[in-house]
Every structure is written in structure tokens, then in C-alpha cells.
Write a protein that binds this ligand. Structure first.
Ligand SMILES: Cc1cc2nc3c(=O)[nH]c(=O)nc-3n(C[C@H](O)[C@H](O)[C@H](O)COP(=O)(O)O)c2cc1C
Ligand SMILES: [Fe+2]
Ligand SMILES: [Fe+2]
Length: 405
């Protein structure tokens, strides 16, 4: 059965909600699923903005058919060729023989790489800044290379100022009825899911996102319609998400706070992290988050390391090197473009190894500001370590107090 939403005048959400998925892109945990948004714009020419995941062909085709209400489909516009949005393009082209496939040269090339070249005669190749008139509305294409695939472009509808932003401004969580951002963004875990989505999937491309912002500066934006999560239709929600993106794309912390990411087999490093957290609290640090790196999908601590001003990493020795899960976590963190943070270290060894050195080598490209003495624990926390942890907490808390966001 079709399930569509008229999100704006003559613009229909024809996307789907995926609540069965455990890991988006087989990587990131999505306990509340994800939506794949697609939209039909009805005008003299009818346009379909993007497609959805492969498991939802029937639902998607029914949604599109319902939105069209017996009319022709003239164009499908494909903002990027990542398979979560693309697996149904050829089903649409088959179903609607007059439908043209709008993309840039790379879009069509990727389509052929992933799928087939059966629809070459339907390609419309657009250039950056080009416009397409569809009746009352004009669609202007804004190329956004590497946000987060090479061929990505966004579509700006000039009549009402609607910005179809591809994956930018997307969020995890399936849509639970309310698709308008103002109904959800100040509730529940929306912000966490939007941050976790952006940081882990697009995060590294902050420079490209900033370039995109320069390109659209001055455009009147009255709505943002991303490919995942809610649709932004009011000034407050639009300003709210733009402010967040300013931090995320610029790699500046959103909030003052300390994230402690530790690894621990026998509990010694875990206890040291716990004691440090208590001392930090006593010194007046309000936001403290602890993550056991073995327990969490890395996307959560990674998002919080981008969110907060201060981090403490607690690597342990393992086979003379760095405990593998911490190793993988730190590499992935650096891979998201993580930088400009103030960082301290706890370390634990029983017979030796290079875990602390390797951690610092991995973090080298992030150009971090290290503060405090590295606290080194020999198997288990002892009285002198408690004093060292208290000292470290004081140094971090002092820096925290002097941090301006
Ligand atoms: C497979 C394995 C390899 C280990 N390799 C090392 C090592 O090379 N050097 C070392 O100091 N400790 C090594 N350890 C021990 C722990 O990393 C060490 O006791 C640590 O200091 C304990 O911290 P925790 O109580 O937080 O787990 C190893 C442990 C295991 C299970
Ligand atoms: Fe994508
Ligand atoms: Fe996507």
C-alpha cells in the first residue's frame, strides 16, 4: 500500500522507512532505523527526486504512482549514486518510458558501473549552475563534489527557495509520522542522530561542505529536503541545523565537555577512567561522557569527540602494541577529520609495549593540543595514580573553564 506525505504544496514525500536494518551501510548501528527520502514535484513537468534502497521497490513504485495520480513522470533527478538511493532508478525508467534520467557525467558513469547501460538514450547531462524549467518552478543544479561522493549535486528550486540537499542535513532514525523538523529536532535523540550521521558519513569532507555553503550563500532557503530524516520547513529549524553544520564542517566543538574513551580487559583502566571522571566532576566539569571502546559502535564516541571540547584517550598494551579496538577507533576518528581538540592520556601496561606511542602516532594528523601529564598505570590503580589522576583532572578542568565556545 502506498504511504506518501504532501510535505509542501504539490511536493510529495514518496520515500520509505527502513526499521529492519541493523547497520546503515553495514557499518553504523541504527537502532531506530533510517528513512530513504524521495520526493515528487508536480508541475507542468513532473519530477522525481532520487530513489530508495533495493528492498523497497514495490512501496516506492506505489508511492510514486500515487503522487503522480495518473500523470506522466518526466524526469528523475539523481543527486548521487550511492546505492541506498539508487537501486530503483532502472525500475522507474522501465515503468515510465518517457522519463529522462537527469545527472552529471559522473552520475551516469556510476549508474553504468553499478547497474547497466540500458537507458543511455534517456540521459540528460547537466552542468553546475544549469537550470531546468518545469513549469511554474525552475530547478537550479548546485554541484557539491565530495559531499560525500564525487558526483553529488543538490537542487535548488528557485520559485519558493527549496533546497534538495542530497545527504547533507540527513539524520538517522526512521520517520515516525512527523516529518517536519520543528516537530522533532528539540526532542528525543534527534540531534545525536543527525550529528552521528553527518560526522561519520560526511564528516571528513568539512572543507567541501564549507565550499557548498559559500556557493549557496545569499540564496533564499525556505526549506531543506534531505535524503534521510526530517524536512526543514521553518526558519528556526533551518537556522538551528545551519548553526550545527557550522561547527561540524568547521571542526569546532559545539559544547564544553570531556569525553573519556577507554579500553580495558581486566578493569584497571576502566577504574582509572571512572576515578578521573569523579575528579573532573568535583572540579566543576558538567558534561562528562565515558565510552568503553569495546562496547560501543565507534560512531557514537566519534560523534561525541567532535561534539565536545576535551578528550581523554586511555589505550592499553596488547601484544606489545595497541589494543586493537582502540587502534581501530583512533584511526576511524582521525578518518572523520577530527581535529582542534584538547586531549590527555591514560595508559596501562603490565609488561610493556608501545600502545601510548602508537596512539599518538595515529592521532598525529589531527594536530591536537595535549595537556596534563600522561597517567601511566601499572596493571591496577595504586595510591600514587590517584594523585596523578587528581592532578590531571585539575589541569583539564582549568583548561575547560578557560574554553570559549
Ligand atoms: C592477548 C593479550 C596480550 C597482551 N599483551 C600485553 C603487552 O604486550 N604488554 C602489556 O603490558 N600488557 C599486555 N597484556 C595485558 C594487559 O593489556 C595489561 O595487563 C593491562 O595493563 C591491563 O589493563 P586493564 O585492567 O584495563 O585491562 C595483554 C593481555 C592480553 C589478553
Ligand atoms: Fe550518500
Ligand atoms: Fe544517503
Amino acid at each position: 500500500m502506498h504511504n506518501i506525505i504532501e510535505v509542501l504544496d504539490n511536493i510529495y514525500w514518496v520515500g520509505v522507512n527502513d526499521r529492519r536494518i541493523n547497520r546503515f551501510e553495514n557499518m553504523f548501528e541504527v537502532p531506530n532505523g533510517v528513512s530513504y527520502n524521495a520526493f515528487v514535484i508536480k508541475d507542468e513537468k513532473n519530477v522525481l527526486m532520487d530513489s530508495v534502497e533495493g528492498a523497497f521497490t514495490r512501496q516506492y513504485l506505489e508511492n510514486v504512482e500515487t503522487a503522480l495520480d495518473g500523470e506522466e513522470l518526466d524526469y528523475i533527478i539523481v543527486s548521487h549514486m550511492e546505492p541506498d538511493h539508487c537501486r530503483n532508478i532502472d525500475f522507474i525508467l522501465k515503468e515510465y518510458p518517457n522519463c529522462k534520467f537527469v545527472g552529471n557525467s559522473k552520475t551516469h558513469k556510476f549508474f553504468e558501473q553499478f547497474y547497466n547501460d540500458n537507458y543511455k538514450d534517456r540521459y540528460v547531462e547537466i552542468k553546475d549552475g544549469e537550470k531546468l524549467n518545469i513549469g511554474k518552478r525552475n530547478l537550479k543544479f548546485v554541484f557539491a563534489p565530495m559531499v560525500h561522493w564525487p558526483e553529488v549535486f543538490m537542487t535548488y528550486e528557485t520559485t519558493e527557495g527549496l533546497f534538495f540537499s542530497a545527504d547533507a542535513f540527513g539524520a538517522f532514525n526512521a520517520i515516525a509520522g512527523n516529518i517536519e523538523a520543528d516537530k522533532v529536532i528539540h526532542k528525543g535523540d534527534w540531534l545525536e542522530q543527525a550529528r552521528r550521521y553527518y560526522i561519520n558519513i560526511v564528516g571528513k569532507q568539512g572543507k567541501m561542505v564549507q565550499n557548498l555553503f559559500k556557493k549557496v550563500e545569499g540564496l533564499d532557503i525556505n526549506a531543506i529536503l534531505p535524503l534521510h530524516g526530517p524536512v526543514y520547513k521553518d526558519a528556526d529549524s533551518i537556522n538551528f541545523i545551519l548553526e550545527k553544520y557550522g561547527h561540524w564542517a568547521g571542526f569546532t566543538p559545539e559544547e564544553k565537555g570531556v569525553v573519556i574513551v577507554y579500553s580495558s580487559m581486566y578493569g584497571g583502566t576502566e577504574q582509572a577512567s571512572d576515578i578521573l571522571a569523579n575528579f573532573l566532576a568535583q572540579e566543576g566539569v558538567e558534561d562528562i561522557v565515558l565510552y568503553d571502546v569495546s562496547d560501543w559502535d565507534y560512531s557514537y564516541p566519534i560523534a561525541d569527540c567532535h561534539r565536545f571540547s576535551h578528550q581523554v584517550f586511555a589505550p592499553i598494551n596488547y601484544n606489545a602494541g595497541l589494543y586493537y579496538k582502540m587502534d581501530a577507533f583512533l584511526r576511524e576518528l582521525v578518518g572523520t577529520g577530527y581535529k582542534n581538540r584538547t586531549v590527555s592520556f591514560l595508559n596501562n601496561w603490565s609488561w610493556g609495549g608501545r600502545s601510548l606511542e602508537i596512539s599518538k602516532e595515529i592521532l598525529e594528523p589531527a594536530k591536537l593540543n595535549y595537556i596534563g601529564e600522561d597517567v601511566k598505570i601499572n596493571s591496577a590503580v595504586k595510591e600514587p595514580n590517584v594523585e596523578e589522576l587528581r592532578e590531571l583532572a585539575k589541569v583539564i578542568a582549568e583548561d575547560y573553564k578557560n574554553t570559549e565556545i
